[in-house]
Design a binder for this molecule. Structure first.
Ligand code: PEP
Ligand code: CO
Length: 447
């Protein structure tokens, strides 16, 4: 099948060695965890749960360190607590982590100026494929990076599993909430007071559970996290795809929830062909150019048995193009195909500043979320949650929000290896906004 974004490995023997080794190594996740996530997703499909799906645009091998991992978990956890408060529903946390190392690019090569001379080099496709340094050696696709990616994913998951079974409890403590951004002048007094009240209520609910005793606290201190990444590199994904004892079908064991990107979702393409053959739940990103019929076709091809919780359609229209969404929602609704809808308010809202930096505006992100919620409400479909690019660190990549990142301040701590991410304060603010909207009608969403 035509394979979009395929990698031009130039040493078939080295590729074969790397993928055989990968195929022989233990799985990163297990089939029962995957089935457990599918059940959670089935509940989200029925509106009984919410999903928060988020993390880096591109993880890097260098950033596989405890500070970065705990910061991501902390913000996802705190956002989920705010959402539980607003929705009164259980929240499933799925990280874009432990394998989010492969990136689709709009062009296979780019021209960089090295020592004053323009040089055409392969684009950087993520640490699973090549390295970002602007040299021909670094940009050469190296199959051994798949093994390095596997090992770093394993280390990340190992740390997360330990934290999630108890060590995380202290992240709930009041002093772990950084609410300094609430003092920023850009927040109206009214909103500031509302956010402060919300965080106060969340924290006192947790304290109450702690006081009541270990039983009640167990749920809070043992948190479930699932992993997810774009299943872009089919060599990597297929090497870890296998049958498991006592279950039907094949499981892709690099991650719980692989997703197919906007650039690789062609119905006659290799990615759809591969992912229709696995038992995992599968995400698909869809942008404003998809025809309503095509969305229905995707669901039929990927989920012929109509399993609940199996397919997650992640809409990423762009704030100004959400009018493409209602016809898609209606077509899918009419088809009766089961689906979990998530809103990715990030990827349709990219902008490039005059000095060539990729950024996004917080207001556009909120606007897309607001109109997506309205579209679902009007159609009678269920929005299962959000998909965001976020880091727990204090970066300056997205413009706006109460933390006051301006275009001028972008260079202060612009650290992403790919797309601009919400920082800690922006992510928490987004959770407050969403939480406020979930508690009543979405029309009340504060601007
Ligand atoms: C991404 O999620 O980083 C991405 C590339 O998204 P999309 O496929 O929606 O453009
Ligand atoms: Co991205």
């Amino acid at each position: 099948m035509p394979r979009a974004q395929s990698v031009a490995y130039d040493d078939p023997a080295a590729l074969e060695r790397a993928t055989s080794r990968l195929a022989s190594l233990p799985p990163l996740v297990t089939s029962w965890e995957i089935e457990n996530l599918k059940e959670c997703l089935a509940q989200a499909q029925d509106g009984e749960r919410l999903i928060i799906h988020g993390g880096d645009c591109a993880e890097t091998l260098d950033e596989c360190n405890p500070a970065a991992i705990t910061a991501t978990l902390k913000i996802l956890l705190q956002m989920s607590l705010v959402l539980i408060h607003g929705s009164q529903k259980p929240v499933v946390r799925i990280g874009r982590l432990a394998g989010q190392y492969a990136k689709p690019r709009s062009k296979p090569t780019e021209t960089l100026t090295i020592d004053g001379t323009p040089v055409e080099l392969p684009s950087y496709f993520g640490d699973l494929v090549n390295r970002a340094d602007p040299t021909p050696e670094a940009r050469r696709p190296d199959p051994d990076l798949m093994l390095a990616g596997y090992h770093h994913a394993a280390m990340t998951l190992n740390f997360i599993r330990s934290l999630a079974t108890g060590g995380f409890a202290d992240l709930h403590h009041a002093e772990q909430w950084d609410l300094r951004f609430l003092t920023n002048a850009q927040l109206s007094g009214d909103l500031r007071e509302r956010y402060q009240r919300m965080s106060q209520e969340v924290r006192s609910a947790i304290r109450f559970a702690e006081l009541v005793g270990a039983g009640a606290m167990q749920e809070v201190s043992r948190v479930d996290f699932f992993s997810s990444h774009e299943g872009l590199n089919l060599e990597y994904e297929s090497a870890q795809t296998r049958r498991v004892p006592r279950r039907d079908g094949y499981y892709c064991l690099t991650t719980h929830l692989p997703w197919i990107g906007e650039r690789t979702r062609a119905l006659d393409g290799a990615h759809i062909e591969f992912f229709r053959g696995i038992a995992n739940p599968v995400g698909v990103k869809i942008g404003p150019t998809i025809a309503p019929d095509e969305a229905v076709q995707l669901l039929r091809v990927l989920n012929p048995k109509r399993e609940p919780g199996k397919i997650v359609l992640i809409t990423r229209m762009g704030a100004s193009k959400v009018d493409a969404l209602p016809p898609i929602l209606r077509a899918v609704q009419k088809s009766g195909e089961p689906v979990v809808w998530l809103c990715d308010p990030m990827h349709g809202n990219g902008q490039v500043t005059d000095d060539g930096r990729k950024t996004r505006h917080f207001d556009a992100i909120v606007a897309e979320l607001r109109s997506t919620m309205a579209a679902h409400r009007q159609t009678g479909t269920v929005l299962g949650g959000v998909h965001i690019e976020v880091t727990g660190q204090d970066v300056t990549e997205v413009i706006g929000g109460a933390s006051g990142v301006t275009q001028e301040r972008l260079s202060e701590n612009y650290a992403t290896a790919c797309d601009p991410r919400l920082n800690y304060a922006q992510a928490l603010e987004l959770a407050f906004i969403l939480s406020g909207a979930l508690g009543r009608t979405a029309g009340d969403l504060p601007a």
